[in-house]
Design a protein around this ligand. Structure first.
Ligand SMILES: Cc1cc2nc3c(=O)[nH]c(=O)nc-3n(C[C@H](O)[C@H](O)[C@H](O)COP(=O)(O)O)c2cc1C
Length: 232
């Protein structure tokens, strides 16, 4: 699979896990790809905690369900209704979790390139996540990023030291299919911005929305009306 194909096929997966975890060799290849990510000052601030124990995954899933309910309680009207139909995790069904952590002390106090922008450490860990996600896609696996959690809860659950941040719980497993369209777009939560809106020339232009929210045409626009509406 070319890198462009992997980028195009990559999807955040929630409902399509078959329950089959990747075999050890495949998982090692995927983690090796993550470990090859670029990092500020070559600090490599990430670690990967592989969680297979169903009891640990069940405890995490319960916590996530609580946080999902708290988020849902703050929504109103159409947003609340749309959110009700959206899955936000496949923790039990995916077969295993990979928790990607970030150690801000890795590389010592003089990380080359991090002196003026401390966040570059965190950016590096996120790049490891993206490498993992693309490699998993090329292996025919699904990945779902779960962030509906309190960092303290995950620290305690996995014995992560206080200074280390759990950046992502990634559900990883075999899937029945990968959809062409993101779940949130299919459910009418939010659509992809057009590329030309994201590209600026010479200077950053402040954007007032150039899409005047035209009513969706039933013949040319197959997306649900709420997805076609501009929300920027
Ligand atoms: C930092 C981050 C956190 C995310 N957290 C969640 C989450 O908690 N639950 C979920 O279902 N999806 C989560 N996602 C997935 C996004 O919803 C998804 O990437 C987006 O809708 C685009 O879909 P796609 O990844 O299939 O292209 C997260 C993605 C990122 C990058």
């Amino acid at each position: 699979m070319s890198v462009y194909e992997a980028i195009a096929r990559r999807r955040d997966v929630r409902a399509e896990f078959t329950g089959e975890a990747p075999d050890d060799a495949t998982l090692t290849r995927v983690l090796a790809a993550a470990h090859r990510a670029p990092s500020v000052g070559m600090s490599q601030p990430w670690d990967f905690v592989v969680v297979r124990d169903p009891a640990t995954r069940a405890r995490f899933a319960e916590h996530v369900a609580t946080e999902r309910a708290a988020y849902a309680a703050g929504l109103e009207g159409e947003r609340a209704e749309t959110f009700r139909g959206i899955r936000i995790e496949g923790i039990r069904e995916s077969g295993l979790g990979v928790v990607v952590t970030h150690d801000p002390d890795r590389g010592g106090p003089h990380v080359l390139g991090r002196a003026t922008i401390d966040d570059t450490g965190l950016y590096s860990t996120c790049l490891a996540v993206q490498n993992l996600w693309l490699a998993a896609t090329a292996e025919g696996l699904g990945v779902g990023w779960v962030s509906f959690y309190r960092e303290e809860h995950l620290r305690e659950l996995l014995h992560i030291p206080p200074r280390v941040r759990p950046v992502a719980w990634l559900c990883v497993g075999r899937v029945s299919a990968l959809h062409d369209v993101p779940d949130l777009e299919r459910h009418g939560w939010r659509a992809r911005r057009p590329l030309d809106e994201a590209i600026h020339h010479e200077r950053y232009r402040s954007q007032t929305c150039r899409r005047a929210a035209p009513p969706p045409s039933p013949t040319t626009d197959s997306r649900p009306p709420s997805a076609a509406r501009c929300r920027c």
